[in-house]
Design a protein around this ligand. Structure first.
Ligand code: ATP
Length: 894
């Protein structure tokens, strides 16, 4: 019979298991028989396909055409050297494609590796003990403990549990919570059977034990994964932008090629020579090294973020982070350390700073004891065996409460747990029914606002008294006093329970036993991070489930709130305002949301986005997932967060720390800035590559640079410094500027003007000056034609090539900032650039002085004077750009 139809006992029996789970030897045996609990990763497009794609994009197509034209030219004019060019271009396509592919592959692998750093554990009963095991080791017959936030690791039959709700969106696509119970079901459909928890679904509430009956590819999820044809991820904004850029450059270069071909024809140049120049113009304009450099810059950004504790799950969020204008952050654990200490109690109408002083005078049967008993018993902490040691896992606040209550009541009347209504951020309280020597007792702990309305009496000394309105107000004021000093306040209540009881009516008629104030100090790095956000024009909004006064006190302590009257919005007020009102409220310079429910967090994010903000939002709970998805950058907590939150997030913080978010924003901004840096660098050298062709066609000057020499620059000497620019460290200025507008283009008019019309023209002038210097020194005069193998001609083109490279060495320093002086940045601050220049210098020396270089690139050794002229021109270019930057700085002071 199907497992969902069996009773719990029969289901266990059918898998030869029992409520205490399997023995580890049996589990090992089953692991061999059934294999690892692994769902094969759904593959994207095949590697071969992606490899081919590197040879069919726009740049590559243009180069293919150029190569084909070269071979046609060779056929019509054999021996003209065009075949060599054709092969060179083919080589370029091949090298470029292989390199891009390797970069993409590496970036993908790096991200996959980051994903694997997310925990993948399951709590299973092995040898009768609750054990934390890697989820891949689960076998059919294992009994698992599942609780809110867990993603179900294998197909399971529920055997007991309370309040369990699952979200089966991973399988059905519908994101609704379905309730699950252990009783047999006569539904044959596994997805619908009310006692089945399928792998890949997640628990959004409750906890219980379940029996694994299918693992790995035998699970429903595995079957679907096996069948599914992969869906292509949509291209990221950056990819679109790069695509746009490639097309633009390709169209410009092709158009230029065609125009100059036409001019050449009109001027009566020989057809095949003219065609060669047209190809040269195209090759000169296509920035061959661009694509691999961009991919590398992104991957390098993701890697640097990982080093600073932000693990990137989606590569595009690297770039989105750089544009963030608002960060919505939780308080507990993100702004604070989540290291809690009990500081104050409010008991029988008085504040106590140390519970122990009253404990001595407190009789055994005093109802005041109930506060401490509740603190010891009403929690969700678990002990698990990890690496052979027993560890307490769970909320640090609960651990602190248990620990300090144990000092007051070392012996607690604990007959075991009968029932519980789990904590969730909407209810803001936890209720447990405990067996004690005097019968069952219900203990409740939670936010005072949610506990007090359930209470009818309050503990007063050795008895209890009815809660009058004054008393309620007094207690509210006591919470206010503690919250005001930054303490997190919890209310405790209890009631004896007669069995059998009605579960729905459990939490009523309670007796309030007292309040506890816990200190949760801010993280030391946070004030500085908040200051950096302010400088960077990023608004930080605290959205917390905690009390408004606690939120404000912490906000002040970390420097988030400076004004006397910051705007504090409570969840209940939020419910009353319209989106338009909220939208206006969000204009307030300082705003805090307190006592909010997780679904309200999503609404705040939505409204912020409507205002045009780019929003990063943090979250850890199951109910935070919608807000994380809604945000432009969803950030989940790696340490305390639930699996569901992590799945929904773009970025996972390894240390849960707010300061890490700010560091990640800095890296995101840097990636964008770095791409612009090397774009400027690469585009600059296109101009001196182009000018010789224009000069040849228009002014009949001997061609100053051959096509192979162009390729030597684009794919040889330019590449290493460009990579070094892509890996530049964050500039301190990057966090002192307002966030970049989402509409701002990578390649805008400013960048193009600087690269082509300023730096490019200067570099072109440097190249042509050096060319003419060598020519005239060798006795050339205007109008004289030179044979392609004339030693003077070889020297002169070599001089042009060398001058471009010398100018690019100056340029790499200039490109490090769009406005700041190189001297302020420091010459030695990016060792990679120095390495890149060293590579560049060795390469050019080999091209100019080694016989192999002469053969491949058609070069000849040049005199020292030519180097001096090139160097002087580069210094001139450097100086002029520094002057331009200085003028710019004066006009727009930082
Ligand atoms: P943040 O949203 O900034 O992390 P928070 O931790 O206070 O703040 P929640 O976890 O949503 O937010 O908790 C909301 C409120 O619920 C808390 O202020 C507290 O009063 C109550 N609460 C939190 N944890 C527990 C718990 N384990 N048991 C009972 N009540 C709790």
């Amino acid at each position: 019979m199907r497992i969902q139809r069996l009773s719990v006992e029969d289901a266990l029996r059918s898998l030869r298991s029992d409520p205490q789970g399997l023995s580890s030897t049996e589990a090992l045996r089953r692991l061999e028989e059934y294999g690892l609990n692994l769902v094969q990763e759904i593959r994207g497009r095949s590697l071969a396909f992606r490899f081919l794609a590197q040879f069919t994009h726009f740049f590559a197509l243009i180069l293919w055409v150029a190569a084909a034209l070269a071979f046609v030219a060779e056929r019509n004019q054999p021996g003209g050297g065009m075949a060599t060019l054709g092969y060179a271009i083919l080589g370029v396509i091949l090298v470029n494609g292989a390199f891009s592919f390797w970069q993409e592959y590496r970036a993908e692998r790096a991200i996959a590796a980051l994903r694997r750093m997310l925990p993948q554990h399951a709590k299973a009963l092995r040898d009768g003990k609750l054990t934390d095991i890697p989820a891949v080791q689960l076998v059919p017959g294992d009994v698992l403990l599942l609780e809110e936030g867990d993603v179900v690791p294998a197909d399971c039959r529920l055997i007991d549990g309370a309040g369990i709700r699952v979200n089966a969106a991973a399988l059905t696509g519908e994101s609704v919570a379905l309730s699950r119970v252990a009783a047999p079901s006569d539904n044959d459909d596994l997805i619908r059977a009310a006692n089945v928890l399928l792998a890949g679904t997640s628990l959004v509430g409750g906890q219980g034990r379940a029996l694994a009956f299918a693992t790995g590819m035998h699970t429903e999820f595995g079957k679907i994964a096996g069948l599914t044809q992969t869906v292509q991820e949509p291209p990221t904004p950056l990819q679109l932008e790069i695509g746009r850029l490639s097309r633009l450059v390709a169209i410009i270069s092709t158009a230029l090629g065609v125009v100059f071909f036409a001019i050449g024809q009109a001027l009566g140049l020989p057809f095949w020579a003219n065609l060669t120049f047209a190809i040269g113009i195209i090759v000169a304009n296509v920035p061959e090294g661009l694509l691999p450099t961009v991919t590398l810059a992104l991957a390098a950004g993701a890697q640097r973020m990982a080093r600073r504790n932000a693990l990137v799950r989606h590569l595009p969020s690297v770039e989105a982070l750089g544009a963030v204008t608002v960060i919505c952050t939780d308080k507990t654990g993100t702004l604070t350390t989540n290291r809690m200490t009990v500081r104050r109690l409010y008991l029988s109408g008085r504040f106590l700073d140390d519970g122990r002083e009253i404990a001595r005078a407190m009789p055994e049967a005093s109802p005041e004891r109930r506060l401490f008993e509740a603190a010891r018993l009403c929690h969700d902490l678990k002990t698990v065996q990890r690496d052979g040691r027993t560890q307490v896992v769970g909320d640090p606040m609960e651990a602190a409460l248990v620990e300090s209550a144990a000092l007051v009541v070392p012996d607690v009347d604990d007959g075991g747990r009968l029932d519980e209504i789990p904590f969730d951020a909407d209810r803001k309280r936890l209720a447990v029914v405990q067996r004690t020597s005097t019968g069952a007792v219900l203990y409740v702990k939670g936010a005072l606002e949610t506990v007090l309305p359930l209470c009818r009496q309050v503990v007063q000394g050795t008895g209890t008294t009815v809660l009058t309105r004054e008393l309620r107000e007094q207690i509210g004021a006591a919470q206010g006093t503690m919250a005001h000093s930054g303490l997190r306040v919890l209310a405790f209540a209890y009631r004896p329970v007669a069995e059998p009881y009605e579960r729905d009516a459990l939490e009523s008629d309670l007796i309030l036993s007292g309040l506890v104030g816990l200190e949760d100090p801010p993280r030391p790095e946070v004030p500085d991070a908040i200051r950096r956000c302010r400088e960077a024009g990023i608004k930080v909004i605290m959205i917390t489930g905690d009390h408004p006064s606690t939120a404000v006190a912490i906000g002040r302590e970390i420097g988030l709130l400076g004004s006397a009257e910051p705007l504090v919005y409570r969840g209940e007020e939020l419910r009353r305002v319209s989106n338009t009102q909220l939208q206006l409220a969000l204009d307030a310079p300082e705003i805090v949301f307190a006592r909010v429910d997780p679904d309200q967090k999503m609404r705040i994010v939505q409204v912020l986005k409507r205002k045009g903000a780019i929003v990063a939002a943090t979250g850890d709970g199951v109910n935070d997932a919608p807000a994380l998805r809604q945000a432009d950058v969803g950030i989940a907590m790696g340490l305390t967060g639930t699996e569901v939150a992590r799945e929904a997030a773009d970025i996972v913080l390894a240390d849960d720390n707010f300061a890490s978010i700010v560091n990640a924003v800095e890296e995101g901004r840097t990636v964008f800035a770095n791409i612009r840096k090397f774009l400027t660098y690469i585009l600059t050298s296109n101009v001196p590559e182009l000018i010789p062709y224009l000069a040849f066609v228009l002014l009949r000057i001997p061609l100053a640079l051959t096509i192979v020499q162009i390729l030597a620059v684009d794919l040889g000497t330019d590449l290493l410094p460009a990579l070094a620019l892509g890996a530049e460290r964050p500039d301190p200025q990057v966090m002192r500027q307002p966030p970049r507008l989402r509409t701002r283009r990578l390649l805008d008019a400013g960048l193009l003007t600087r690269a082509y019309l300023f730096l490019g023209l200067l570099e072109g002038a440097a190249a042509m000056t050096t060319f003419f210097f060598v020519l005239t020194r060798g006795g050339w005069s205007y109008g004289q034609q030179l044979a392609p193998d004339d030693p003077l001609y070889l020297q002169a083109t070599t001089a042009t090539l060398s001058a471009i490279i010398v100018a690019q060495i100056a340029n790499v320093f200039l490109c490090r900032s769009e406005t700041r002086s190189t001297f302020r940045l420091g010459i030695l601050t990016n060792p990679l650039i120095l390495g890149g220049i060293l590579g560049e210098v060795l390469l050019i020396l080999a091209i100019v002085y080694l016989p192999a270089g002469h053969r491949v690139f058609g070069t000849a050794p040049i005199p020292a004077a030519a180097w001096l002229v090139a160097a002087a021109c580069a210094v001139g270019m450097f100086g002029l750009e520094e002057v331009r930057k200085a003028v710019l700085r004066r006009r727009t002071p930082a």
